[in-house]
Design a protein around this ligand. Structure first.
Ligand SMILES: NC(=O)c1ccc[n+]([C@@H]2O[C@H](COP(=O)([O-])OP(=O)(O)OC[C@H]3O[C@@H](n4cnc5c(N)ncnc54)[C@H](O)[C@@H]3O)[C@@H](O)[C@H]2O)c1
Length: 204
């Protein structure tokens, strides 16, 4: 299972557990067992990556994207993906169950709060926030709204990571006092808004 499918499947299973299925009528059961509708905010590198896997998924389906950069919206449309004209339009769409936030990091907090206020479940890209205070705020808002808020910690689904975790849990190497693991960037990453202290709102 790839990371997005893994993360989203987990979120959907959590969604399904929110209500005990035998307490539901047939219409409710059909709804809860149906594919969840996902919209993506930020159709850049990761937004496009999520879109390609969501389109192959049997548990979620892509209903559209929103990006502040009109060129990215046009790119989505050219791939046959609906582009919402504004963030407000995406959040106001009752068909959207779950929102993937794939913007630069400094936008995660305000976007998550707006999406939760609109009643959406959230899968947020990592690093999830700019500070632990922002994250606490997001978790509190999700708890208040009764919505799932999860982070795309995809590396935790990787085979090498899970192997190391398994070895650690089983004490295979004896008492482990330090594990160091790095994934370096590629294709110009880190670069762009990642080099700027406050991130960037600019359209490039
Ligand atoms: N999980 C991973 O392995 C992984 C890998 C790479 C990046 N990321 C994370 O994914 C996020 C996005 O990174 P990326 O590489 O896709 O960046 P990117 O620059 O390629 O794409 C970001 C997109 O968000 C859009 N955007 C910016 N502000 C917006 C806003 N307020 N509303 C809507 N759209 C907005 C930009 O126009 C751009 O198209 C970051 O949090 C990054 O750290 C995670």
């Amino acid at each position: 299972m790839n990371a997005t499918a893994g993360g989203l499947k987990k979120a959907c299973l959590q969604l399904r557990k929110l209500r005990t299925i035998h307490h539901m009528g047939i219409r409710e059961r059909k709804f809860i067992m149906a594919k969840k509708n996902v919209a993506i905010i930020g159709y850049g590198g990761m937004g496009g990556w999520h879109a390609s896997y969501i389109q192959k998924s049997d548990v979620v389906q892509l209903v559209g994207i929103y990006d502040i950069n009109p060129a990215r919206c046009e790119a989505a449309v050219s791939h046959g993906i609906h582009a919402y004209p504004s963030l407000e339009a995406l959040l106001a769409d009752p068909a959207v169950d779950l929102v993937v936030i794939a913007t630069p990091n400094n936008h995660h907090h305000p976007l998550a709060l707006a999406a939760l206020a609109a009643g959406k479940h959230i899968l947020c890209e990592k690093p999830v926030a700019m500070s632990s205070a922002e994250l606490s705020d997001m978790i509190e808002a999700a708890n208040k709204a009764g919505r799932i808020f999860t982070v795309h910690q995809n590396r935790r689904w990787d085979e090498d990571w899970r192997t190391v975790k398994h070895m650690y849990d089983n004490n295979t190497l004896g008492k482990t006092f330090r594990i160091e693991s790095r994934v370096h960037g590629s294709r110009g990453i880190p670069g762009d808004w990642r080099n700027q202290k406050e991130g960037s709102d600019e359209i490039k």
